[in-house]
Structures are given as structure tokens and as C-alpha cells.
Design a protein around this ligand. Structure first.
Ligand code: TRP
Length: 472
């Protein structure tokens, strides 16, 4: 067996891991949830949860991966010394691939919208920006989106575009990953994450000029403690897990690629900070425009694919501003999505290349990726189809798309997080864990002791409590 894959540089490691974290979740969900749950009050709670609960989980997953030097399935077995734990690892890998399937659908939409933005579709509206006109445009954009995903229209396209874009997006992922961990994932992330940050800054600067900037910023940043309820804390925990890519084999796999002399605690800390910062910047880029034009703030696909496209044409400065800003926005969305999807696909790729054999030979990355392309691609197509009108792809009363989203976010993520904490906090020897976390004594053990204690006693209980509450 040859040398195992690794990230090549410290910065590249951070970029790849932050890339996994900063994704669609940060851009369309966080700002809205934060705004409606107390603004800065939510931010503070979110940050505290990220550091106290999510960071120990992230560190546990890094430890399992870096100690195991293998894919999530094998690393779980190696760390616990028990074969049964392999099942937990395998479930996480397949759940990750299932998330990837629906993630590709949404990411595919961003490709459609980059196209539309660049060709000037969102800047082409004419005539004023009164409330009435804006609302008409939102309705038009809503209909455009619905028709595109296959709702509310009788037209039957020969090949629905969402399916084409989904497959294009997945194929792009496979091509990048075929180049390998450092030459593919790391190289792309090193370019895309700084670019993402710059593009966000450009949008924030454009927003500052809008009349609604103060209102938008205060929606996100003014602390309103009276809006904080026990529900808020649940939202914060769920958001933090999804955003930091925990509980689902992504961080265990990336952990196994972190060089032995890099401090896991600093990686985790920087990734947490970067994720929060990007989410806040996304809010500052988005909300000023919704407040300027007095439109209702939503989250999710509605915000990004229906409301915002209707506002680009009204930006002061003429149509070219609309074209530039809308293009920048959807390119940014694409960068955020693609660097996140790398981590989900890589977890599967590591597993297939290391565990599957054909004629007693392990598989090369291109072969493994071809297999995954077919498997995930098929599920993705079903996800895309499940959103179209008259679909029969309904699981337990929900479209396959929503079903996978809920099953993975509400059940597998928290259980995966608890599993990592139990494994590291209870089953692995404390010395082994400490050696990993301090890189054999190279880094401060005091902080490490704190995180270890949290992972051992506090995190599993808190996460389990929230998990049960979430099921009610
Ligand atoms: N963190 C990404 C986002 O915010 C999504 C993601 C990537 C993810 N890898 C993951 C979520 C692993 C859960 C588990 O959009």
C-alpha cells in the first residue's frame, strides 16, 4: 500500500475544513434564524454552544480520524477495538452520501442561477421600485423558481434542468476529488475559501450603501434577550452541528488527513470562528436589501432563489450593478456549496478505496468515484424528481428530498456526535487521546483537558437531551 493521503499545508488544511463547514447552511439559514431569535443574543448563545459543545465533538472526530489513519468505518473500529463500532462509522458514511444527494440538488440550482445572473436575467426588470412593483417581481421570481424545479406548471421539459445541473455539480465534485486530497480538495479550497470571503466582503460593501443597511444590520446584530426561548438553544445546537459538518463522517475523514504536528485545537478553533464570521457577513450582505425594499424576510430556498433575485434589479447604479451583484452572489453560493460537498463525497471515497475490493485489489480513486457517481447520482436524481409536481417519491408523508434532510439532520447528526464523544471520552485510553490532542506534548494540555472533560461528561448528555426534545 502506498503513502496515505494527507493535506499538504497548514493553511490548506484550514481552508479545506472551513470549506466543509461554510456552506448553504450558513448562507441561507443562519442569518434568518439569528435574526428571528434575538439577533446578537442568538449569536452569543450560538458562539458559546459552538465552543463548549460542538468544538469538543469536532475534536473527538478529529482524534478518531487522525489516530485511526483511515476512513470513518475503519477508524471507528481501530479506536474502539470493537468491530461493532464499524457499523456506526458505516452508517455515518452512508448518511453523509445521502446528505450529499440532496445537497447536489440545491447546489445544482445555484448553477442555474449563476447562468441566469450572468446573462442579465435578474437585472432585466424595468420600472421603479415601489412596494407593488417589488412584490410583483417576487411573485414572478417565485413562479420562475417553481417552474424550474417542476412545480405549478403543466409544461413537461424533455429533460428537467434541475436534474442536469445536479449531475453536472456531482460530476465536478468527482473530477476534483479524482485529483486526490491535497491536489484536488486542498488546492481548490485554498482558492475558493479566500475568494468566498472576498466576494462576501464585496456584497457587504455594496449593502452598506443601501437605505436599509442600519435596519438590516440591527435585525441581525441588536441583542434582544426577550426573543430567547428554550427553542432558541435547540436551533443554535442544530445549526451549529450542521454548519460545522459534525456527526456524519466528514470531520473524521478530514481529521485523518491533518498532519501529525498540526494542533487540532487551533484548527477547530479557527474553523469555528471562520464559520461564525462568514454567517454574519452573509446576513450583512443579504438583509439590508430586504429591509430597503420592505419585503418579508424568509430563509432557505425562498430567500435565495425567490426574494433576492427580485431585488437585484433595483440596486442603485443601474443594470450592470444588478448583473455584477447577482453573479457574485450565486458564484459565492456555488463556492460555499462545492467545498462542503467535497467533504461528504470524500468520506465515501476514502471508504470505498480502502475497504472495497475487486478481484482482491483495492480500488483506485477514479474507480471509487465512478461507483459513487452512479450511486449518489441516482439518489440525487430521485431527490430532484421528488420535488416535482405529481411525484410519487414520498417517504413517510414527505418528499424524498425533505425526508433525507430531516432524517439526517434531526437523528443521525446528533447520534453521530454522541457516538464520537463516547468513543473518545469513555472507550479510548486517555493517554492516546491526549497524545493526539497535544501532538505528543507539543501543545498546551490545559485546554485539552477542558475539552476532553466536556466530551467525556457534558456533551453526550446535553446532545442527548436536545435530541429527545427535538423528537417530541
Ligand atoms: N456544513 C455544510 C453547510 O453548512 C454542510 C455539510 C458538509 C455537512 N458536510 C457535512 C453537514 C457533514 C453535516 C455533516 O452547508
Amino acid at each position: 500500500m502506498g503513502e496515505r493521503n494527507q493535506f499538504a499545508s497548514k493553511f490548506g488544511t484550514m481552508a479545506a475544513i472551513a470549506g466543509s463547514a461554510v456552506g448553504l447552511g450558513n448562507i441561507w439559514r443562519f442569518p434568518y434564524v439569528a435574526g428571528n431569535n434575538g439577533g446578537a443574543a442568538f449569536l452569543i448563545i450560538y458562539a458559546v454552544i459552538c465552543v463548549l459543545i460542538s468544538m469538543p465533538v469536532m475534536l473527538s472526530e478529529f482524534v478518531i480520524g487522525r489516530k485511526g489513519q483511515s476512513n470513518t468505518y475503519r477508524s471507528f473500529i481501530k479506536s474502539s477495538g470493537k468491530k461493532g463500532w464499524g457499523i456506526v462509522g458505516a452508517v455515518e458514511i452512508f448518511a453523509g452520501l445521502a446528505i450529499l444527494a440532496f445537497y447536489c440538488v440545491v447546489a445544482g440550482w445555484s448553477l442555474e442561477y449563476i447562468f441566469a445572473a450572468v446573462t442579465g436575467e435578474f437585472a432585466s426588470f424595468s420600472g421603479g421600485d415601489t412596494a407593488e412593483i417589488i412584490n410583483e417581481r417576487i411573485a414572478a421570481m417565485g413562479q420562475r423558481f417553481d417552474l424550474f424545479v417542476g412545480q405549478g406548471g403543466t409544461h413537461i421539459l424533455s429533460i428537467p434542468r434541475p436534474i442536469v445541473w445536479t449531475i453536472v455539480f456531482l460530476a465536478l465534485n468527482c473530477i476534483v476529488l479524482a485529483f486526490g486530497v491535497s491536489k484536488g480538495i486542498e488546492r481548490c479550497s485554498k482558492f475558493m475559501i479566500p475568494a468566498l470571503f472576498l466576494l462576501l466582503l464585496v456584497l457587504v460593501i455594496m449593502s452598506v450603501r443601501l437605505d436599509g443597511f442600519a435596519a438590516g444590520a440591527s435585525f441581525l446584530l441588536k441583542p434582544n434577550w426577550s426573543a430567547v426561548t428554550p427553542q432558541t438553544i435547540m436551533f443554535a445546537l442544530g445549526q451549529s452541528f450542521f454548519s460545522l459538518s459534525l456527526g456524519m463522517s466528514a470531520m473524521t475523514t478530514y481529521g485523518s488527513y491533518i498532519q501529525k504536528d498540526q494542533s487540532l485545537v487551533s484548527v477547530a478553533f479557527i474553523v469555528v470562528i471562520a464559520t461564525i464570521l462568514m454567517a454574519v457577513l452573509a446576513g450583512l450582505a443579504i438583509f439590508p436589501s430586504t429591509f430597503t425594499y420592505g419585503v418579508e424576510v424568509t430563509s432557505g430556498p425562498g430567500l435565495v432563489f425567490k426574494t433576492l433575485p427580485a431585488l437585484f434589479a433595483s440596486l442603485p447604479g443601474g443594470p450592470w450593478v444588478g448583473i455584477v451583484v447577482s453573479s457574485v452572489f450565486f458564484i459565492l453560493l456555488f463556492f460555499a456549496a462545492v467545498t462542503s460537498s467535497f467533504s461528504l463525497l470524500e468520506a465515501g471515497t476514502a471508504y470505498v478505496t480502502e475497504e472495497w475490493h475487486i478481484a482482491r485489489k483495492t480500488l483506485s480513486r477514479p474507480v471509487a468515484l465512478t461507483i459513487l457517481f452512479v450511486l449518489v447520482g441516482t439518489l440525487s436524481v430521485f431527490c430532484a424528481l421528488s420535488q416535482m409536481e405529481g411525484t410519487s417519491l414520498i417517504v413517510m408523508g414527505e418528499s424524498l428530498f425533505d425526508f433525507i434532510d430531516k432524517l439526517t439532520s434531526n437523528i443521525i447528526l446528533p447520534l453521530g456526535g454522541i457516538a464520537a464523544c463516547i468513543l473518545v471520552g469513555q472507550l479510548m485510553s486517555k493517554d492516546v487521546v491526549f497524545n493526539e490532542l497535544t501532538s505528543n506534548g507539543q501543545f498546551n494540555a490545559k485546554l485539552v483537558r477542558f475539552f476532553y472533560w466536556m466530551a467525556r461528561y457534558v456533551c453526550p448528555i446535553v446532545i442527548f437531551y436536545m435530541f429527545i426534545k427535538g423528537l417530541e
